[in-house]
Design a protein around this ligand. Structure first.
Ligand code: 13P
Ligand code: SF4
Length: 336
């Protein structure tokens, strides 16, 4: 039997470390061939572009490394580039900066936040944590540097189950901020986790009823889902995993039709790897484009160019927070 303890809903707020003014395209000449211009700037700056699968296809195509949150943090930890342009969201670029305090870390659009990170403000979380003094805190990487600084170990969707399984069974665990991933980890490990009540607006938008309808229309299709989805949706999944795990599954499966229950940006890579397969994006509840992450999609190729050209917007983190946030990230990298 597993017990779910969830805190009260909290007000959300955006907690960004430092906001640098962003140049706009009206004040800049944008070259016709952005791909070439970006390549030239990369050479000039000794820069690397790390991109998440939820970025628009052009950004995915120009990236030096494309991956899920774990792969991206491993790349950030090992790069010898002087400049990291992070084509993803704020918490990802922040993680790269925590690991590389002396490198310039750029995020094409500083408004590229994350609803999940916003659902866990540090002050409320510190009070919540104080109620469980004997528990350790395992936080999903989709959280602010302040939350990481309050955590013992960071995890991602690809290693959460593995990390929880490495903790002695008698040790109490607070799992934050994603209650959906937390429930999935509880189910997989049989552990009793204390969950923070956070969630992702994108992964909560998938409609169970529409997925069932799609399955009836495509009886051969396998359902591939991200563990940030709600439990009733995950019940219909043939395979659950991180974005990289879903991509690999689709490459190696004998099946050729898949219903993809995560942000549809990942389909660009799936289609590139296996062009003959059919990938059907799972629709959201009211057929809006809400299955696209509004934060991830703020980055554009033009903004990537401008960020490299002007070396801004830059991520900065107060040193005391960075040092505290580094430890649980290093722990995760060592345990992965
Ligand atoms: P992964 O890339 O680790 O699967 O996470 C998905 C996500 O929501 C990133 O914000
Ligand atoms: Fe955050 Fe959800 Fe967007 Fe991922 S998909 S960055 S969890 S809002």
């Amino acid at each position: 039997m597993v017990r779910i303890t969830i805190n009260q809903k909290t007000e959300t707020s955006m907690v960004f470390a430092t906001v640098t003014p962003q140049p706009t395209s009206t004040t800049n000449n944008i070259p016709d061939n952005l791909f070439t211009a970006i390549e030239e700037l990369k050479q000039e700056l000794n820069a690397v572009i790390l991109a998440h699968y939820y970025q628009e296809p052009d950004i995915q195509d120009i990236a030096d490394y494309l991956g899920d949150s774990l792969g991206l943090s491993q790349q950030a930890a090992s790069t010898d580039a002087d400049v990291i342009l992070f084509a993803g969201v704020h918490f990802m670029a922040e993680t790269a900066k925590i690991l590389n305090p002396h490198k310039l870390v750029l995020l094409p659009d500083l408004n590229a936040g994350c609803s999940l990170a916003d659902s866990c403000p540090a002050e409320q979380f510190a009070k919540f944590k104080a109620q469980y003094p004997q528990h350790i805190v395992i936080s999903y990487i989709n959280c602010t540097a302040e939350i990481k600084a309050l955590s013992d170990i960071i995890c991602t969707s690809s290693n959460a189950v593995n990390i929880v399984n490495q903790i002695p069974p008698e040790q109490g665990i607070i799992f934050a901020p994603d209650k959906n991933l937390g429930r999935y980890v509880m189910e997989q490990t049989g552990r009793d986790l204390v969950l923070w009540d956070g969630s992702c607006i994108v992964h909560e938008t998938f409609s169970e009823r529409k997925i069932v309808e799609l399955k009836m229309q495509h009886p051969q299709a396998e359902v591939l889902a991200h563990p940030e989805c709600e439990t009733p949706v995950l019940r219909h999944a043939d395979y659950i995993g991180s974005t990289t795990a879903l991509l690999k599954y689709s490459q190696h499966s004998h099946n050729s039709q898949f219903i993809i229950v995560t942000e549809p940006g990942i389909i660009h890579q799936m289609q590139k790897e296996t062009p003959d397969n059919l990938f059907i994006p799972a629709p959201s509840i009211n057929n809006c484009a809400c299955n696209e992450c509004p934060y991830m999609r703020l980055n554009t190729l033009e903004k990537v160019y401008l960020a490299l050209k002007h070396r801004t917007p830059e991520i900065n983190i107060p040193e005391d927070i960075r040092v505290k946030a580094l430890k649980p990230i290093q722990k995760m990298l060592a345990m992965s």
